[in-house]
Design a binder for this molecule. Structure first.
Ligand SMILES: [Zn+2]
Length: 83
């Protein structure tokens, strides 16, 4: 799977605000945006290494995001939880 373009993200969730729609999902080290408010944080042991998860909520459109930081997984990154 190749990293999705911002246009693909917009198609699957048309109500996201523009900065949220532009977030590159499931890609390591992809940036978020300035209106995301940081929430809870937790760690999980995935066997092949530790993953850490941070929840964010968008101040503009209310989308709930989770960012996974996992050195062992290039596709760990932003995931949309709810909107
Ligand atoms: Zn948003």
């Amino acid at each position: 799977m190749t990293p999705s373009s911002p246009n693909a993200a917009k198609r699957s969730a048309p109500d996201l605000c523009e900065p949220c729609a532009g977030i590159q999902r499931h890609w390591r080290k992809a940036p978020g945006h300035a209106e995301l408010v940081q929430g809870t944080h937790h760690r999980e042991d995935r066997g092949h290494g530790q993953a850490s998860f941070t929840r964010y909520r968008c101040d503009r459109c209310g989308a709930a995001w989770e960012y996974e930081n996992n050195k062992a997984n290039q596709h760990a990154g932003w995931a949309l939880l709810a909107h």
